[in-house]
Design a protein around this ligand. Sequence first.
Ligand SMILES: *[C@@H]1O[C@H](CO)[C@@H](O)[C@H](O)[C@H]1NC(C)=O
Ligand SMILES: *[C@@H]1O[C@H](CO)[C@@H](O)[C@H](O)[C@H]1NC(C)=O
Ligand SMILES: *[C@@H]1O[C@H](CO)[C@@H](O)[C@H](O)[C@H]1NC(C)=O
Ligand SMILES: *[C@@H]1O[C@H](CO)[C@@H](O)[C@H](O)[C@H]1NC(C)=O
Length: 286
Amino acid sequence: MRLVNFQFYSSILTFLLLAHVQALYVKPHLERTHSNNLTFINCRSRTNSLINQYSSLILNLQPALRDLSAPSASPAFTAFFKDPNHAPFIRRILQNITTAAPTPAISDRAISPSFVCLDGPTQVNSTEYDTDMYIRCQDPHGPFATTLLESPAEPVITLCPRFFHLPVRLQRSKRACLEVGVQGKLFLSDGLDLIRHQSWVLMHELAHIYLWNTLGSRMDYYNVEQCLSLPSKRTVGNAESYVYYVANVRLGCTLFPSRPHPPRRGIPHHRGPANATVFDSEVQWG
Ligand SMILES: *[C@@H]1O[C@H](CO)[C@@H](O)[C@H](O)[C@H]1NC(C)=O
Ligand SMILES: *[C@@H]1O[C@H](CO)[C@@H](O)[C@H](O)[C@H]1NC(C)=O
Ligand SMILES: *[C@@H]1O[C@H](CO)[C@@H](O)[C@H](O)[C@H]1NC(C)=O
Ligand SMILES: *[C@@H]1O[C@H](CO)[C@@H](O)[C@H](O)[C@H]1NC(C)=O
């Protein structure tokens, strides 16, 4: 996951931004494994585990795909996306995640996402971050996965060694649903425990790729309260909103804060360990 400090809905701005995109360096001759549409680079003994996490993600997305075809909006949909008119777009994003569809708008030729497992310096460096991505992994408060959208060749997601310390087993019971408190108006936690999971992180990064591809959006609110307070129009650009929605449908959660938050000026400031807001410049947990 990555920090963002702007978003664009305008295709003209997106075009200008893409025109300024600089080259991403991925060391040649690293081991590559292709699986369906995805490519795993330098993942070696981790490749099978990643393929399993991705397969598990596809299965865990199915309840949300069914939910999106239901005649009326579910509580999870209403909480995270608000407007039923968004359903067809959200469905296309989720379908592209499940097929790892190629992204012609990012690349000069249509190409599906790649995951690079970083395990040393000089493997990937980013002109956008002006750094070697492995060095960035050394920051204990830094992200454990980052989507790099600057490459002219392929959309790349880097995975830090710390990514593999995240849980692989998904919680499957309703007991994992986030608890609502404060007179039914707020969740009791920042929500991150629900989504700090390998499959959900893969989904988050893939969502970035398709949201960039279609909306030019790089929005990155993680905190569940931030996601709930986004205006309807903005929810569709925020990668984590998709993860919360899919995870909540998957678990069968039906209880959400009772009232939408009043619209706030600017961005709600986040209180908690992740500290990711569009206006802050510090890096968060990934
Ligand atoms: C899904 O992927 C196809 C290419 O395979 C692309 O044409 C379409 O715009 C994508 N849709 C979304 C919503 O990402
Ligand atoms: C790869 O992407 C294409 C284009 O979206 C899709 O038609 C195809 O089913 C995908 N392959 C797999 C194995 O998902
Ligand atoms: C990126 O890596 C290559 C190869 O290691 C190196 O030649 C180049 O100077 C690096 N660029 C940055 C900005 O670190
Ligand atoms: C969160 O951000 C605030 C304001 O920028 C800062 O003072 C605080 O130290 C940050 N907390 C963490 C855990 O990074």
